[in-house]
Design a protein around this ligand. Structure first.
Ligand code: SF4
Ligand code: SF4
Length: 167
């Protein structure tokens, strides 16, 4: 695994983001039949080349969605009621229905080590992030479109898909 260099990642995003968005929009409209299989083939190489512990950009720059189950479980873990937990850490943005973090970086990230202090009980969204091999992939393309800006693993996945899929 290679360490993630977030500075050079941000430069790459600036230069290539629009081409990637164009590609993902076409991919969503004309997905090849083997798209899920392709994602499964590509993902191991992405993880082999990405050391998340040198990155944690998702925990620094994005918020997971907290389901009611997540809130109950995590609140109990940190010794709070769900109501106290929501009042202290979460909010629902206008025009949204999901509970999100108020803070960035996430209050549970140890910024010195990039470790999650509630790893065993973290939100399901964090456990599944960045959803590279979720099925059907075509239903997650809009998610990847947002995440290429923040997540080097998603960026690399799309880069590799652009080589494998002619659109
Ligand atoms: S709960 Fe843990 S994994 Fe999820 S965003 Fe916060 S620090 Fe990251
Ligand atoms: S999932 Fe993406 S953004 Fe999060 S730590 Fe790994 S490479 Fe970085």
């Amino acid at each position: 695994m290679l360490p993630v260099n977030l500075r050079s990642f941000r430069t790459k995003v600036r230069h290539h983001k629009q081409a990637m968005i164009n590609f993902l929009q076409k991919l969503e409209q004309q997905p090849p039949k083997n798209l899920d299989k392709l994602a499964e083939e590509i993902a191991p190489a992405v993880w082999k080349a990405t050391d998340c512990l040198t990155c944690a950009n998702c925990c620094k720059r994005m918020s997971p969605t907290f389901t009611a189950k997540d809130i109950k479980r995590i609140a109990a873990y940190v010794g709070m009621t769900p109501k106290e937990f929501k009042a202290k850490w979460l909010w629902v943005p206008p025009d949204d229905k999901d509970w999100l973090n108020r803070n960035q970086p996430c209050q549970f990230l140890d910024v010195r080590t990039n470790l999650c202090s509630i790893y065993e009980v973290r939100p399901a969204d964090c456990a599944g992030f960045p959803h590279l091999t979720k099925k059907k992939m075509v239903e997650y393309i809009h998610v990847h479109q947002q995440n290429i800006t923040y997540c080097p693993a998603t960026y690399m996945m799309v880069e590799k898909l652009m080589v494998r899929v002619a659109l």
